[in-house]
Design a protein around this ligand. Structure first.
Ligand SMILES: Nc1ncnc2c1ncn2[C@@H]1O[C@H](COP(=O)(O)OP(=O)(O)O)[C@@H](O)[C@H]1O
Ligand SMILES: [Mg+2]
Length: 357
C-alpha cells in the first residue's frame, strides 16, 4: 500500500509561491487500479512525480508498505512510469528498449531474451522486435513502453495520461489491455487521466482532484451516482443540478434525504439524465418538451418546468411519438438522486501564498 500523508507541494517562481498540492491524504491499496482524475493543472502529474521520486513534497510524508520512501531515490523506489510521450530510446530496437531495465540489472542474456519474447508475445509486439521505435505506430510504441515497464515485474506502476496521444478507437482498445494486464499481473496501478470515461471504465478506485485538492474518492459508481459536490457531479458527466428553491416549487421533500446535521438550504440535488423517467401517472411532473435528439441507444429530451431546463435520456422507443412543444409527464426517484454542495468559487484555496522577499 502507498500512503500519502498530509502532502503539500509548493513551487516557487520569481515573485511568488504557488501551491500545486494542498494537504493531500490518500491510501492506494495494493493490487488495485487507482485513477487520479481532474482537469488540466489540478496537480495530478505533480502527485504522480512525488510518488515516483522525481519531486519532493514541501511538507508531508509518502509511505510504501508502512515505511517512508522520501529518502529513496527514484530508481531505489522502483516504480516505473509510462508517459503520454512514450519516451522510448529512439536509436535502440524495440527488443533493446524492452530489455533495457533487465540489462541494467545485469540479467544473463538468455533470461533477457526469454523475458522479452514472453512479454512481446503478450503485447503483440513479436513481429516488431527488431524495428526502431520510429517505424511503429503510436499504439505500438505505447505497447513497447508498457512492455519495458512490465518486464521489471514492478509492484507499483505509474501512468501519466498514457493514451492521450492515440485516436479514440485505439484508446478504448488499450484501456482494456492495460486493465487486463493489471488484473493478470496484480501490480498496483496509479493512473493519471483527465478523461472521466477512461477513469470509470478502468478503475477500482477513483480520486477526483481540483485545484491541488482531493474533492472525493470512491469506486466509479460512488463518484458517478453519489457525488458530494456540484463540481464532481458535473465533471463525471451530464447532470441536472436542481436547487432547493426549484425543488420546493415541485413539492419535492428534502426531508426524505439524509442530511447529516446540515442545512438543506445549502444543498442542491444532482440527477443524471438517465435517472429521469417518462410517466403517464397523474402525479408525474409535467414539463414542456423543448428539444429531442436521437442518440441511437437513447433519445435525449430537453424539458422545461418552472424556468428549469432538465435533460432526460430515455429509451428511443419510448420517445418515438413525442414532439417538441408537447407537455410531457416525467418522474425521478428521490433515492436515486445525490445531494451536492454547490461548487466553490473558482479557487478552493489561496493558490498564491505570499510573495518571496
Ligand atoms: N516545476 C514546476 N514549477 C512551477 N509550477 C509547476 C511545476 N510543475 C507544475 N507546476 C504547476 O502546478 C500545477 C499543477 O500541475 P500538474 O501537476 O502538471 O497538473 P496536471 O497534471 O493535473 O495537469 C500547474 O498549475 C502547474 O503549472
Ligand atoms: Mg499532467
Amino acid at each position: 500500500m502507498i500512503e500519502i500523508q498530509n502532502v503539500t507541494r509548493d513551487f516557487k517562481t520569481d515573485s511568488a509561491s504557488f501551491r500545486a498540492l494542498s494537504s493531500i491524504n490518500l491510501k492506494f491499496q495494493k493490487g488495485r487500479f487507482h485513477t487520479l482524475l481532474g482537469p488540466s493543472g489540478c496537480g495530478k502529474t505533480t502527485l504522480l512525480r512525488l510518488i515516483a521520486g522525481f519531486e519532493t513534497p514541501t511538507t508531508g510524508d509518502i509511505l510504501h508498505n508502512g515505511r517512508s520512501i522520501l529518502s529513496l531515490e527514484s530508481h531505489q523506489r522502483g516504480f516505473p512510469m509510462v508517459f503520454q510521450s512514450y519516451a522510448l530510446f529512439p536509436h535502440m530496437t524495440v527488443f533493446e528498449n524492452i530489455a533495457y531495465g533487465l540489462r541494467v540489472r545485469s540479467t544473463p542474456s538468455n533470461d533477457v531474451r526469454r523475458h522479452v519474447e514472453e512479454i512481446a508475445e503478450k503485447l503483440q509486439l513479436t513481429e516488431h522486435l527488431f524495428k526502431l521505435p520510429m517505424q511503429l505506430s503510436g499504439g505500438q510504441q505505447q505497447r513497447v513502453a508498457l512492455a519495458r515497464s512490465l518486464i521489471l515485474k514492478p509492484e507499483v506502476l505509474l501512468f501519466d495520461e498514457p493514451l492521450s496521444n492515440l485516436d479514440s478507437r485505439l484508446r478504448v482498445l488499450l484501456r482494456e489491455e492495460i486493465r487486463s494486464l493489471q488484473i493478470q499481473n496484480g501490480f498496483t496501478a496509479i493512473y493519471v487521466t483527465h478523461d472521466q470515461e477512461e477513469a470509470m471504465s478502468m478503475s477500482d478506485h477513483v480520486v477526483v482532484m481540483n485545484h491541488g485538492c482531493v474533492m472525493q474518492t470512491g469506486s466509479p459508481e460512488q463518484i458517478y451516482f453519489r457525488p458530494e459536490t456540484e463540481f464532481v457531479a458535473r465533471f463525471l458527466g451530464d447532470v441536472n443540478i436542481l436547487s432547493p428553491t426549484w425543488l420546493s416549487q415541485i413539492s419535492f421533500s428534502l426531508k426524505d434525504l439524509d442530511f447529516i446535521n446540515s442545512d438543506p438550504k445549502n444543498y442542491s440535488i444532482a440527477v443524471r439524465p438517465e435517472q429521469i423517467y417518462l410517466s403517464t401517472s397523474e402525479n408525474a411532473l409535467k414539463g414542456r418538451l423543448l428539444k429531442k435528439m436521437f442518440l441511437g441507444h437513447r433519445t435525449r429530451l430537453t424539458l422545461s418546468l418552472h424556468q428549469q431546463k432538465l435533460v432526460a435520456d430515455v429509451p428511443a422507443q419510448e420517445a418515438t411519438g413525442l414532439q417538441t412543444g408537447m407537455e410531457i409527464g416525467f418522474v425521478f426517484a428521490p433515492k436515486e438522486t445525490a445531494l451536492v454542495r454547490p461548487s466553490q468559487p473558482d479557487k478552493t484555496y489561496d493558490s498564491i501564498l505570499e510573495p518571496d522577499l
